[in-house]
Design a protein around this ligand. Sequence first.
Ligand SMILES: Nc1ncnc2c1ncn2[C@@H]1O[C@H](COP(=O)(O)OP(=O)(O)OP(=O)(O)O)[C@@H](O)[C@H]1O
Length: 574
Amino acid sequence: MGQYQPGQLKRYNPDEIARHYRYRPWLAWGRFLRIIWSFAGFIFSLKWDEWQNQVEQNKGKRATQLRELLTRLGPTFIKVGQALSTRPDLIRKDFLEELVKLQDQLPPFDNAIAYRIIETELDRSISESFSELSPTPVAAASLGQVYRGRLVTGEEVAVKVQRPHLRPVITLDLYLMRWAASWLAPWLPLNLGHDLTLIVDEFGTKIFEEIDYINEGRNAEKFASNFRNDLQVKVPIIYWRYTNTHVLTLEWIDGFKLTDTKRIREVGLDPEGIIKIGVTSGLQQLLEHGFFHADPHPGNLFAMPDGRMAYIDFGMMDQLEEPTKETLVDALVHLVNKDYTDLAEDFVKLGFLTPDTNICPIIPALESVLGSAIGKNVGDFNFKTITDEFSELMYEYPFRVPAKFALIIRSLVTQEGIALSLNPNFKIVEVGYPYIARRLLTGESPALRRRLLNVLFKDGKFQWQRLENLIEIARTDGNFDVVPTAKMGLQYLLSDEGKFLRRQLVLALTEDDRLHTAEVQRLWNLVKDDIQPNRLLNVAIGMLTDLSKESVAAILPKATSLAAFTENQRLNNN
Ligand SMILES: Nc1ncnc2c1ncn2[C@@H]1O[C@H](COP(=O)(O)OP(=O)(O)OP(=O)(O)O)[C@@H](O)[C@H]1O
């Protein structure tokens, strides 16, 4: 007999859940028949289209039908639909587009029940906690509904109350899904790279995290701490005294949802500025903090009257490890530099391809798909096109999307979508790549500096063109200042760690038996406008005062050999 009540299980545990329902088959059968009944009609329609040769004409209609069906089946299925909408490797493109539309707009549940949940969870009466609380919810979503209120201490708050009895419904659905996953897979319009039950487990873990509001509160605080020095990103404060597993009380955000593009323009907010904050903070989460908001749909992002952007809803967050972050930077740089061989290797490192995959046939495929998506101009790059093209590739080659990247991809596509709704001419790369270039060039961490070296050297050869590209792109970013970057570069060159780079640079400058003055001249032309003589002088003085005899000595031998080399060149030329 199972030891737990489904309402009590804190973490997703498929074995516990299975043990519980194995002894309560009537519950499982009741729900199962309802689900089967709903899906039977749908599958029949799909088959009917096939018999009638109407698959093409009806595919839009069927996709809509699927979305409506999931909505009717309740929170677990809505969440499944949302999760599947991030999986171009699993779901056909036409279905995907419809599932992306899945809104978790559900009828709100009874206020009296919600108020009772608040009182039980906080262990005090409503009036002891709140001096005001809206009589009806201001929003109802798949898992909870939100009230607007004021704490007895005066702060304006949002109070998120979880739908009652969510855990038993979700555990039962998960139990059935897991069981069905083992035999239903071949019948679904799926392209499976791995075991479907693992996907159910992945989903179960996430949804369990999402229905624990204490977890959400902690996530919000961690996220806020990552952005503590960023004056443009707002994260609501969590009021722990008024928060528990099923009730979350947080600072009310007064602003305009990014879905509300009309209002944003009407009140004179600058959509460009908001887009820039959104994209840059999104990249920071992925490439710097590694802790990212996995559900940044426009309803979860607010433009604030003071020009800041606020994030809400920290139920679904994910963590990227350091090597993954680094490989991601690599992949982005390789993508933009059109290094498809390296990119294919990045895909292996990131888990999109298994290590035993023969990447040779994939390289030209990547080139043809991504090359045309990016076009001649880096600025033409857009994630929507890339993912669309990619979902086609996934059917032909053994790609699979690791769970984390499903979230990341969705996050990027959504952010791009949001930006496009604010500015139809938006190019994610115009904001994104300057950020990456700036980070590489000003990278404070040794890991990032190594990345830069990897970018600048290919097969041991210095890539002048890439340095030019990087500087050119970084300069389009308002925050990029060439002087401190140059100073950091010089400091690095003179440091112990820069020994390798010094040698490589000398070799690069003198490669192919010639001095690469033309390249240096081009670089200089790129940066000279930004370098005012007096600022340069300050940097040089600063550098000289920082310099020790030893560090000068450290570069001299190389410099001497360069001098000897150039002298030789001169003599040869004469
Ligand atoms: N701090 C806040 N300030 C203002 N409004 C808020 C705040 N928190 C939530 N809301 C409102 O409540 C809605 C639902 O909140 P939230 O997204 O956190 O709920 P959810 O159940 O996690 O929904 P979903 O997962 O479907 O996005 C938001 O779209 C927003 O309108």
